[in-house]
Design a protein around this ligand. Structure first.
Ligand SMILES: [Zn+2]
Length: 130
């Protein structure tokens, strides 16, 4: 082994570690955002269902749950104001937005609708296959 080989090895390992760390940070942000949405709903509720998503929103979210496909998920800060594809609320510039991509469809969601989508995905995954 020479010094150049060792240096290249260290750089490659460091780069791989940085990429894994960035992916973990992004996963953590998504998980934290989902938990915060649920906590806020519990604390802010004026009644048992005051903050619960409407059946209409859940029905729209269920249309985006496909147990046979693993979607591509990206999150980031919104750079252009546009409506959420589930609830039609405006995604505000600078707020976190989520992009969920399936083979035939890509949707952009706000954090509340993304949390709802995750809940429906988990509920579907826990159900026995028919
Ligand atoms: Zn929404």
């Amino acid at each position: 082994m020479n010094d150049t080989y060792i240096a290249e090895y260290v750089v490659a390992r460091s780069t791989a570690t940085m990429v894994r760390s960035q992916l973990r940070i992004e996963d953590s942000r998504v998980a934290i955002a989902a938990v915060r949405r649920r906590c806020w709903h519990t604390i802010a509720g004026g009644g048992p269902d005051a903050e619960a998503p409407s059946a209409h929103l859940r029905a729209r979210v269920r249309l985006l749950v496909n147990p046979n496909e693993i979607p591509r998920i990206f999150s980031g800060y919104c750079t252009e104001s546009k409506p959420c594809d589930i609830c039609s609320q405006q995604l505000l510039v600078g707020k976190t937005e989520y992009e969920v991509g399936f083979s035939a469809l890509t949707v952009r969601l706000d954090a509340d609708c993304f949390a709802l989508w995750q809940e429906e995905m988990l509920r579907t995954a826990k159900q026995p296959r028919r």
